[in-house]
Design a protein around this ligand. Structure first.
Ligand code: AMP
Length: 216
């Protein structure tokens, strides 16, 4: 499958993307995960992105498109990709459209995960993430805790709170979402690709998406 997951921070894009990869070998491509790995590695990209991420602002479109143009041409994307956290602006969506055309591919679906603001806020403050850049499994202190000593159940690395899951950064990220990313809902509605799902259950969301893809 080739799909885009849209939704506010905390809507469940990462969790749903990870579950969807189990269906047909499509890979999760999360710009947030790629950027966090770069920051941790101290690479040039990481140095450029760090400040924006800490403040809850978007990393400039040019940098994001540089990453995505090469990422989507890697061999593991041949079976399909689940875009998690990209595109996040209209210029990114336009650039993606052009890229997909150049690569002679077609997007199957754009899923808008519509989750109430209270749920999003509660999830972001209770979310924990595996610190292993190659894992980044998502936990929640209430609904999906890590091991008793705070380790990832998949890889054993320490599970931490993301630097941008603080109250101040969360407020900024939600404002950024409303201003820059929410307009993509209308954009993809006009493209005839949008499916909005209002559910807080990841399993239910995944069933809805796989049914919609099979029905295509
Ligand atoms: P996420 O893990 O998707 O919540 O992303 C974490 C942070 O990475 C965001 O708050 C942005 O600073 C940055 N980021 C991730 N994806 C993008 C994108 N497509 N465009 C711009 N910035 C992004």
């Amino acid at each position: 499958m080739r799909i885009i997951l849209l939704g506010a921070p905390g809507a469940g894009k990462g969790t749903v993307a990870k579950l969807l990869t189990e269906f047909d070998g499509s890979v999760q491509v999360s710009t947030g995960d790629i950027l966090r790995s770069a920051v941790k590695a101290g690479s040039e990209l990481g140095k450029k992105a760090k400040g924006y991420m800490e403040r809850g602002e978007l990393v400039p479109d040019g940098l994001i498109m540089e990453i995505m143009e090469s990422r989507l041409q890697e061999p593991d994307c041949k079976k399909g990709f689940i875009l998690d956290g990209f595109p996040r602006t209209i210029p990114q969506a336009e650039a993606l459209k052009k890229l997909v055309q150049e690569l002679k591919l077609k997007l199957d679906l754009v899923v808008n995960l519509d989750v109430p603001k209270e749920v999003v806020l509660d999830r972001l403050t209770t979310r924990r993430t595996c610190s292993n850049p190659d894992c980044q499994e998502i936990y929640n202190v209430k609904s999906k805790p890590p091991t008793a000593d705070g380790k990832c159940k998949k890889c054993g690395w320490k599970v931490v709170q993301r630097d941008d899951d603080t109250e101040e950064a969360i407020t900024q990220r939600l404002a950024t979402y409303n201003e820059k990313t929410a307009p993509l809902i209308d954009y993809y509605k006009k493209e005839g690709l949008l499916k909005t799902i209002t559910s807080t259950s990841s399993q239910e969301i995944v069933s809805n998406i796989t049914a919609a893809i099979k029905g295509k």
